[in-house]
Design a protein around this ligand. Structure first.
Ligand code: UP5
Ligand code: MG
Length: 190
């Protein structure tokens, strides 16, 4: 079981909005542990002996969503193993039922940080990152699919959490976006 005072913040936003980038700054200033669901899935995909390697790879390439049992198991295990009490859960939940299940089985989220970004900006960032990232989903075909899944399945999560959502616009510089982010964390974790 997790410590009683465990705090979780869901960090959401479309593909390439800047979730991972901002999480690094929050970790530095507010002592959180950053757990990217996508990173955990990519790690699991590479792990020798993982029964899910191929499944995860295919789903990620198609921009689809990995079954939540797998993702929640990886997140929960990483939280227990880390031993800390403050977690940024980046890129999860990607569908409403995933949020419900995680909050039931693991811990309720304190709030939801939503990075809002227009698709054309996310597209530009991902195409640029794709020149060097080596990610199987940083190509135009996969990116288009990721956008559709975000719009249809993941955006409703933001609507579901409604009054628990802190929205930050991402069309600024990394520093500008972080200024806004920082204010939110200072409010919730004084
Ligand atoms: N950049 C960042 N901020 C910038 C700024 N303000 N101005 C200019 N440039 C900026 O940033 C993306 C790029 O933009 C970087 O090059 C950065 O320098 C630049 P990053 O911080 O990496 O954005 P992020 O939002 O983290 O983008 P990411 O691609 O990681 O988001 P996704 O949500 O698409 O990817 P994730 O790794 O979370 O998931 C990948 C796949 O895994 C999913 O598509 C899905 O198939 C699967 N998945 C699940 O199935 N379930 C899950 O729970 C999670 C993932
Ligand atoms: Mg990321």
């Amino acid at each position: 079981p997790l410590p009683k005072d465990t705090s979780v913040v869901f960090v959401l936003g479309g593909p390439g909005a800047g979730k991972g980038t901002q999480c690094q700054n929050i970790v530095r200033d507010f002592g959180f542990t950053h757990l990217s669901a996508g990173d955990l899935l990519r790690e699991e995909r590479q792990r020798k002996g993982s029964p899910y390697g191929e499944l995860i790879n295919n789903i990620i390439k198609e921009g689809q969503i990995v079954p939540m049992e797998i993702t929640i198991k990886l997140l929960h295990a990483a939280m227990k193993q880390n031993g800390g009490t403050k977690f940024l859960i980046d890129g999860f939940p990607r569908a409403c039922d995933q949020g419900v299940k995680f909050e039931e089985e693991v811990v309720p989220a304190k709030f939801v940080l939503y990075y809002e970004c227009p698709e054309e900006e996310m597209l530009k960032r991902l195409m640029k990152r794709g020149e060097t990232s080596g990610r199987v989903d940083d190509n135009i075909e996969s990116i288009r699919k990721r956008f559709v899944v975000f719009r249809d399945t993941s955006y409703p999560v933001i609507e579901m959490y409604n009054n628990k959502v802190e929205k930050v616009s991402c069309t600024n510089t990394v520093e500008g976006v972080y200024d806004e982010t920082k204010k939110i964390f200072e409010k919730h974790f004084p």
